[in-house]
Design a protein around this ligand. Structure first.
Ligand code: AMP
Length: 551
């Protein structure tokens, strides 16, 4: 035994875990497990992880041949499908950044996001070409647009120099040694519009993505193994489909990608064909599926679990899935800023001893944090932590290795808060309670946005648009409960012109905001409640009008 300086560092290999390791692992050790995709071409495509790896490498080689370098942003505008999966690996694997763009945003936002990210190439589904046509001249960083479609189905478009994806990768070598990257290198970029002002970019690293996947596949989280057949119905443009395209290869699970088919009928066919047992998505999607199943007297016996996040899990959904289909609704809370999964309510043996109401109470919570994620609620005024008694409600803050530490290209943001012990927290903008068993419940939202069917509507943008209508003195938008879309906006108007009609306001807004942003109702009031500092007191209105659209 030698005596000397104590050894303080561990002596293990400093091998970074990279996104390319996930697909290499799946192709080597679960080679024949499948990725099954509903194609936009209209058929179902199925291939193995080893087939996928070959094409990921061909794409990587194609991008290198186009001059793509480490750190370059490559945008994608695509549904859930095998080619989009190949983009995830082909782009990040060579150290470039896979920037997934949400096609549901209106064109000014898409333009802003592409310009802000300075994407050099875009890989896009043919159906999204019309989104680019009006803005393409202003996309100064974009050198080429690669269309994710069979060569013989290339559409006609006013866009010049489109490149066909299949032709591009077909000429490429399928051999490639992935470059050694630092695990902290940027891998993916996703903008959130769940914020006031312009959308903000969240830049994930290889380390955060792989750690998020490791934690999320655990039994007390999503419980994904090589026996699982998992279908993310949450789109791949929304926080990497909650990480499933990374978790599935890491676990050797069968991955089922529903393409554009989010309607009940399409989902049912794919579930039945692939024998899906775990699916994930926002509540609205499941309400549509259940409606279709009921209308057609169908069942989905392969499905054991439905992960629900992006909005609170309604009790009626928990109960219907349980009683009518024997499916466990697994509640989830997370954000674009948290990669996104942070808290989950996994099924526990103890639940078999509980009454339905006790179980449903847990299932309508947002679950408990995974190891790595810390959550805390803080008093709005004192900024001190509150009691975990299920009653105290406070500002929900979160920290952890897959929580962002700053927004992309934004030096300062007031959502990073230091507590009394010097720990930095990310302030989520949600108001929550935490109970003695650590179950989180989101009870309100401090941020001024409305979430409709999993997509954000900015109240402020809508108010500003309405304010421009002649005769309106003040406008105020709040989100209220909606049975299908979870929340919908309603607009309050103080009108100087007492003859102003709803129809005039709807017409005025028609060409200023996306159609799905239009408020479900416009309510004329004499005045609006304000705080002492003159801000609109939206919480009072939300309390008063929460059930306005469902009563
Ligand atoms: P996004 O960044 O678009 O994924 O949206 C994240 C936001 O969705 C959160 O800050 C919440 O406001 C909302 N959200 C997500 N999950 C839940 C949940 N389980 N219950 C209530 N709200 C949720």
């Amino acid at each position: 035994m030698s005596i000397g300086k104590p050894q303080t560092s561990g002596q293990m290999m400093a091998q970074p875990l990279l996104i390319s390791d996930l697909i290499e692992y799946a192709a080597s050790h679960h080679a024949q497990q499948k990725i099954i995709s509903n194609r936009l071409e209209g058929d179902v495509h199925s291939y193995s992880y080893s087939d996928a790896l070959v094409r990921c490498k061909q794409l990587a080689n194609a991008l290198l041949a186009l001059g793509v370098e480490k750190g370059d942003r490559i945008g994608t505008l695509a549904w859930n499908g095998y080619r989009h999966f190949e983009c995830y690996y082909g782009i990040s694997g060579i150290g470039a950044i896979c920037h997934t763009i949400n096609p549901r945003l209106y064109s000014e936002q898409i333009e802003y996001i592409i310009q802000h990210a300075e994407d050099s190439y875009l890989l896009i589904d043919a159906c999204f070409l019309p989104l680019l046509e009006p803005i393409v001249d202003r996309l100064t960083s974009v050198k080429g647009i690669i269309v994710l479609i069979d060569a013989e189905q290339m559409p006609t478009s006013s866009l010049n120099n489109l490149i066909n994806y299949e032709e591009l990768i077909a000429e490429q070598d399928d051999q490639l040694i992935w470059p050694d990257l630092d695990a902290d290198s940027a891998a993916c970029l996703c903008y959130t519009s769940g914020t006031t002002g312009n959308p903000k970019g969240v830049l994930y690293s290889h380390r955060s993505t792989v750690m998020h996947a490791f934690a999320s596949r655990n039994p007390d989280a999503l419980n994904i193994s090589s026996d699982t057949v998992v279908m993310p119905v949450v789109p791949m443009y929304h926080v990497s489909a909650w990480g499933i395209p990374y978790i599935a290869p890491m676990s050797g699970a069968t991955l089922v990608l529903p393409g554009q088919g989010m309607a009940g009928k399409d989902l049912y066919s794919l579930i039945d064909f692939a024998k899906v047992d775990l699916m994930l998505g926002v509540p609205t999607v499941w309400l549509g599926l259940i409606e279709y199943l009921k209308e057609n007297n169908l069942t989905i016996p392969s499905v054991k679990t439905v992960g629900v996040g992006g909005a609170a899990s309604p009790k009626v959904l928990v109960e219907t899935l349980d009683k009518d289909y024997g499916i466990y609704l697994l509640p989830i809370w997370g954000m674009t800023e948290t990669s996104p999964l942070a808290t989950l309510g996994a099924k526990k043996n103890a639940m078999s001893e509980m009454t339905d109401d006790q179980r449903y109470d847990i299932q309508t919570s947002a679950g408990k944090p995974m190891l790595g994620i810390e959550i805390e609620i803080f008093d709005e005024n004192t900024h001190l932590p509150l009691k975990h008694d299920g009653k105290d409600r406070g500002l929900l803050r979160v920290r952890g290795p897959w929580v962002l530490s700053s927004y992309y290209k934004l030096d300062k943001a007031d959502c990073f808060i230091e507590d009394q012990q010097g720990k930095i927290w990310f302030d989520t903008g949600d108001i929550a309670t935490i109970d003695k068993d650590s179950y989180l419940r989101i009870v309100d939202r401090a941020k001024d946005v409305v979430k409709s069917g999993g997509e954000w509507i900015s109240s402020i943008d809508l108010e500003n648009a309405a304010q421009g209508c002649e005769g309106i003195t003040e406008a105020c938008v709040i989100g209220v409960k909606h049975l299908k879309w979870d929340e919908r906006p309603i607009l309050f108007v103080v009108a100087q012109d007492k003859k102003l009609e709803k129809e005039t306001i709807y017409q005025f807004l028609g060409d200023k905001v996306a159609k799905w942003w239009l408020p479900d109702d416009i309510i004329f009031v004499d005045s609006l409640p304000h705080t002492a500092t003159g801000k609109l007191q939206k919480r009072t209105l939300r309390d008063q009008y929460w059930n306005y659209l469902i009563t």
